[in-house]
Design a protein around this ligand. Structure first.
Ligand SMILES: [Zn+2]
Ligand SMILES: [Zn+2]
Length: 349
């Protein structure tokens, strides 16, 4: 089969590989679509901690498709069943797992990160993944292409959960990529008072408005924090989501928060370069809650699947490009360019 693989030379390339086969308890899936995300771009640049030099592995953790082989014994996973794959497979037993911190599992495995993922014609899900609910049959009416958004939406669902959005909140979203725009959609659905989006690209600011942002700010042309206080009558934003991996964004996210505000550090900075300047007195005197989130669990993906199924159009619109797997180099260029939002690789076309 054809796969787009990270090789021992530290580069992504199309290669022919043996078809994976399902062992006892496992399933294989004919991949219909697999989204490219910032994590994959990091892998392609050789900067991902789970892809140290010498690693040979197929990325792709946002994959959907149809069951090919079912050796799980589960009647709802018969061949042909359309499914989304929740990539993060946790042991369920270790201390982080017992605290619902699956992505921090001490024996973490992940489709597309610790073993071969969905940038291939066929992907295999381990028995632990199948047993852990990582293979999600799609509800009727949700098409496989739109379902590719379930995984990124699940990450945002997880990031927003501790922020407890309420109708009186003003929400500031820093960054209008697929993640930031998903946060805008979810904030809109939560019925918040006002949504402000900070974004340097004019085209993406316009998109943010289409998605429901009430106000947009160009942080290069205006003072972000000053503008947020102006737009909120001097109060600040009750909720701030830092969804772009730029150091200044984390500093400003805390400065723009209202008294009692809740801040999520969603984006990850390059390994070893995570130090940012934050005024501790703001957290102290304004009683801020600063949270972090990374990836998602199978349960987050199941919740995201319901959210996507309820309003598929909003999420389908984030998919701007669908590219055959054999043109994967081009797809990665598109995803890197910043013009595209979500780019899907389609192995069956
Ligand atoms: Zn992702
Ligand atoms: Zn665990």
């Amino acid at each position: 089969m054809l796969a787009y693989e990270y090789g021992s030379d530290g580069r992504m390339a199309l290669r022919e590989k043996d078809l994976p086969r399902a062992a006892e308890g496992e399933v294989t899936v004919d991949v219909v679509a697999a989204g490219i995300c910032g994590t994959d771009l990091k892998i392609a640049r050789g900067e991902h901690r789970l892809f140290p030099p010498g690693t040979v592995r197929v990325p792709g953790h946002e994959s959907v498709g149809r069951i090919r082989e079912n050796r799980s014994g589960r009647a709802d996973l018969e061949p042909g069943t359309p499914v989304a794959i929740a990539p993060n497979i946790a042991c369920g037993q270790c201390p982080p797992c017992r605290k619902d911190l699956g992505p921090l599992c001490e024996d973490y495995t992940s489709v597309g990160l610790t073993f071969d993922g969905g940038f291939a014609e066929v992907v295999r899900v381990t028995a632990r993944g199948v047993a852990g609910g990582n293979v999600l049959p799609l509800p009727p009416g949700l098409d496989l292409v739109t379902a590719a958004m379930i995984e990124p939406v699940a990450a945002v669902v997880r990031g927003l959960r501790p922020l407890r959005l309420t109708p009186t909140d003003t929400v500031l979203v820093c960054g209008a990529g697929p993640i930031g725009l998903t946060a805008v959609v979810l904030a809109k659905q939560a019925g918040v008072r006002k949504i402000i989006v900070s974004q340097t690209s004019a085209a993406r600011r316009e998109l943010a408005r289409q998605y429901g942002a009430d106000e947009t700010i160009d942080p290069r042309a205006e003072d972000l924090v000053e503008r947020v206080f102006e737009l909120t009558g001097g109060i600040g934003a009750e909720v701030v989501i830092a969804a772009t991996p730029v150091h200044q964004v984390f500093t400003d996210a805390v400065r723009a928060a209202a008294k009692g505000g809740r801040v999520n550090f969603f984006a990850g900075l390059p390994s070893g370069k995570g130090e940012v300047t934050v005024d501790a007195n703001l957290i102290h005197y304004r009683e801020l809650l600063v949270t972090g989130s990374t990836a998602n669990t199978a349960a987050d993906c199941a919740e995201a699947m319901e959210i996507v199924a309820r309003a598929p159009e909003a999420f389908a619109a984030l998919i701007t490009h669908r590219v055959p797997l054999r043109e994967a180099d081009h797809a990665f260029e598109l995803a890197t360019s910043g013009e595209a939002l979500k780019v899907l690789l389609e192995p069956q076309t």
